[in-house]
Design a binder for this molecule. Structure first.
Ligand SMILES: C[S@@+](CC[C@H](N)C(=O)[O-])C[C@H]1O[C@@H](n2cnc3c(N)ncnc32)[C@H](O)[C@@H]1O
Length: 379
């Protein structure tokens, strides 16, 4: 989609995946407001700039001339960034991407930060960001007003320093923090929950789905995770804290399990939960945990079973097509006769997507909110 950035340059920007049927644009007024405020801040040429959670690369494309480093939690965001640099004729290294769970390097003189929707994620980002900032560094943080609780600005003050905010513009707001605060206090403890019947204890992570509590949909799906001594090649598609993969490993002693998520935090959280529940044993060796765009790259026809509690939000916009895409990938990765087990809110209509892709579905279970559906690959 064409975009005129605040400097008047014509750009081309898309989300990932490209040409998604949702037709959602890859930038918003908060990106534009951040760019305007960056211009007025007038930092000296050569200032080292970090972009934090730049959703689809709009900030990176507009500021490529400053040679920023892009640091974020989303693998889909990283794929969009690479594609958007390419489609604007910019070199791949114009804004190198570093996963948010890694050290971004530094010290940086300034950062432009897109406020995440979860405050725990913001707190975690700020805690990791601090060591990467030079003294007095400027952090411009922006978000859409309706998605930015007052507490977000308080967290910026707590973790960074004084953060005056701008008046609203096109329903967006920016805060300008100066990094002066030496001690934000200890990091909050992550929540944990147990599944005594499976002998599992799961720790949540900041910004990871569930927030340290068992999701109602996952709980319903867990009732149908098989127990078998037979060899099984399975995947937990969109693993979050890893609960479905952990249950599979526990209940199926000969299963190999791929746990994949597009969020670096989720993958780190799952890996930590595998280590916590299967310390050093053969069970841990049966799980592969990796960041990825769903099952892209998984050999076609290689899986017996896919478990999926799919996302239904992309940022704040409902992006139901994300679930349909994951089901399509699951179908391709399953062997003929292999099964996809899905849980979702009743109203989402996943059954229609399964009918379209698999030629039918089975209603396995349901409660007031969720349904569990199964589909079998026939050919
Ligand atoms: C509803 S949560 C389910 C988490 C966990 N499986 C559970 O049941 O509690 C959906 C997960 O899918 C991940 N996700 C979204 N799009 C993805 C994609 N294209 N590839 C891999 N994971 C994705 C999200 O990051 C999120 O962790």
């Amino acid at each position: 989609m064409p975009w005129q950035d605040p400097d008047g340059h014509e750009r081309l920007l898309d989300r990932w995946p490209e040409q998604s049927p949702d037709g959602l644009q890859a930038w918003d007024a908060a990106d534009e407001y951040l760019l305007q405020q960056w211009r007025t801040a007038a930092l000296p040429a050569g200032a080292r700039l970090l972009l934090v959670d730049d959703h689809w690369g709009a900030l990176a494309v507009a500021l490529a001339g400053c040679r920023p480093v892009s640091w974020g939690d989303s693998h889909l965001g990283a794929l969009a960034l690479a594609a958007n640099l390419r489609r604007n004729g910019l070199p791949a290294d114009a804004a190198p991407f570093i996963p948010g769970t890694d050290d971004p390097g530094g010290p940086f003189d300034a950062a432009l930060l897109r406020l995440p929707k979860a405050l725990e994620a913001l707190q975690d980002t700020l805690r990791r960001l601090r060591p990467a900032l030079g003294p007095g560094a400027l952090v411009l943080a922006g978000g859409m007003i309706k998605h930015t609780p007052t507490r977000a600005w308080r967290l910026l003050e707590q973790y960074l320093g004084p953060t005056p905010t701008t008046p609203g513009w096109k329903k967006a707001r920016v805060g300008a923090a100066t990094f002066t605060n030496p001690d934000p206090g200890p990091a909050p403890a992550a929540g944990t929950y147990a599944l005594p019947a499976d002998g599992l204890e799961v720790q949540g992570g900041p910004g990871v789905f569930g927030g340290g509590r068992l999701d109602g949909g996952a709980a319903l799906l867990l009732r149908h995770v098989p127990t078998t001594d037979a060899p099984l090649s399975a995947a937990d598609l969109g693993c979050g804290d890893g609960i479905l993969a952990l249950a599979l490993v526990r209940r199926c002693p000969r299963a190999t399990v791929l746990a994949v998520d597009e969020s670096y935090r989720a993958v780190a959280c799952t890996a930590a939960n595998v280590a916590r529940n299967f310390p050093g044993g053969d069970a841990a060796a049966r799980v592969t945990v990796r960041v990825g765009d769903g099952l892209n790259g998984t050999p076609p026809g290689s899986l017996d079973l896919v478990l999926c509690n799919p996302p239904f939000h992309q940022g704040h916009a409902v992006a139901d097509s994300a679930a349909g895409r994951l089901f399509e990938q699951a179908r391709a990765a399953l062997r003929p006769g292999g099964r996809l087990l899905v849980v979702g809110n009743r109203h989402l209509g996943h059954h229609a997507k399964l009918d379209h892709l698999f030629g039918g579905h089975e209603l396995v279970d349901g409660d007031g909110r969720f349904v569990v559906l199964a589909a079998t690959r026939r050919d």
